[in-house]
Design a protein around this ligand. Structure first.
Ligand code: PLP
Length: 380
């Protein structure tokens, strides 16, 4: 049986063949512990260093500013809780947006339970945070602002550079969760002006179980996992060398392919959108039409729920009604609620996310499958 077309690249990506090839020797031949002084250890140490250089190059950072973590969730936790650990007395106010992934929202709420003040900045109907809303939330005791670079559900890209122009002169640290944007669009820590930035390996063709936090040199931050002194003392535990090597290889590929990949993603996404919009009157695009990830098509179908549509079309398409992390629940997604959607538009929503491997044939088959399923359901 042919598998359905995979249109859930925002949930996770396959491992690129080049990445798998790079990892392979580190599973058996080059298995040393980077902390060992013999040749096995030193080979592993050099491989980790090389990956640090590749990951740094992808985001225009210095290698020493990269901290490898177990996932993007951990990187976000390290950013928020690690900054909180070093925040001076009297600086216990944190600002996040209403559309953050739970990997930022939950540590933020945890800090609130620990006595921090938390401000949650709203978004507009396209899911954009306005810099003026951030400016209004800033206070003399604000230690950190965390606003994601691109949203995992609707793909809206946030004005991070404009937000940095507000936080920098006030000496407020700025973190951005770039788990969804790295490898899809340009991510440049200096152009953005951020102090901390999160990456997720499995969103750009590395393996699951690896992430990284960029920490600008001089940023006051403490570790949240205590043990030996790996990763500048910020992330104790023997390094996951194969996954780190994979992240480095994926970062190199992403950097080399970026302009071509961005164009390919945009063309596949728009091809899919055009086909659906031509056949389905009343289909609405969600998120910002322009300031949006090139691979993400979040649309509401009229007269059906996204869940029943995907179920009916499941032999042709594998996609998601929201973010994979919460899609088994039927509650309106927090992101769509923050964008002010009514329950009808929210429940008709489907997230279709394309990837490097998506072809014209894939988008044609997926569109036909979705259109046929929609027609069957509205005819009932
Ligand atoms: N941040 C964003 C924006 C995400 O989309 C995700 C995953 O969907 C994460 C963080 C968490 O990634 P992980 O589950 O790999 O830790």
């Amino acid at each position: 049986m042919t598998r359905p077309v995979y249109l859930d690249y925002n949930a996770t990506t396959p491992v690129a063949p080049e990445v798998a090839e790079a990892i392979h020797p580190f599973l058996n031949e080059s298995f040393g512990n980077p902390s060992s002084s013999h040749v096995f250890g030193q080979n592993a140490k050099e491989a980790v260093l090389q990956s640090r250089r590749e990951v740094a190059a992808l985001i225009n950072a210095a290698p020493d500013e990269i901290v490898f973590t177990g996932c993007a969730t951990e990187a976000n936790n390290l950013a928020l809780l690690g900054v909180a650990a070093k925040a001076p007395v009297g600086q216990r106010h944190l600002v996040v947006s209403a559309v953050e992934h739970p990997a930022v929202m939950q540590p933020a709420l945890h800090l609130q339970r620990c006595g921090w003040d938390l401000s949650i900045v709203p978004v507009d109907a396209r899911g954009r945070v306005s810099p003026s809303a951030v400016a209004m939330a800033l206070r003399p005791d604000t230690a950190l602002v965390s606003i994601m670079h691109a949203n995992n559900e609707v793909g809206t890209i946030q004005p991070v550079t404009e937000i940095a122009a507000l936080t920098r002169p006030r000496n407020i640290l700025l973190h951005t969760d770039a788990a969804q944007s790295a490898g899809k669009i340009e991510v440049d820590v200096d152009a953005f002006g951020v102090d901390l930035l999160t990456l997720a390996g499995h969103k750009f063709y590395a393996t699951k179980g690896i992430g990284a936090l960029y920490v600008r040199a001089g940023t006051p931050i403490g570790g949240i996992i205590f043990g030996a002194d790996q990763e500048h003392g910020l992330r104790a535990g023997t390094e996951n060398v194969p996954a780190i090597v994979g992240l480095g290889a994926a970062a190199r590929l992403a950097r080399e392919r970026l302009p071509e990949a961005t164009a390919h993603l945009r063309s596949m996404r728009d091809h899919l959108h055009t086909r659906l919009a031509e056949a389905i009157p009343g289909l609405v695009l969600n998120g910002d039409p322009d300031e949006r990830l090139p691979n993400t098509l979040h649309v509401s179908f009229p007269g059906v729920t996204g869940r029943e549509l995907l179920h009916d079309a499941s032999t042709d398409v594998a996609a998601s009604v929201g973010s994979a992390c919460h899609s088994e629940h039927d509650a309106v997604s927090g992101v769509l609620a923050a964008m002010g959607f009514d329950s009808v538009r929210a429940s008709g929503a489907v997230r279709l996310s394309v990837g490097w491997m998506t072809t014209d044939d894939d988008t044609a088959r997926a569109a036909s499958g979705l259109i046929a399923a929609w027609r069957r359901l509205v005819a009932q």
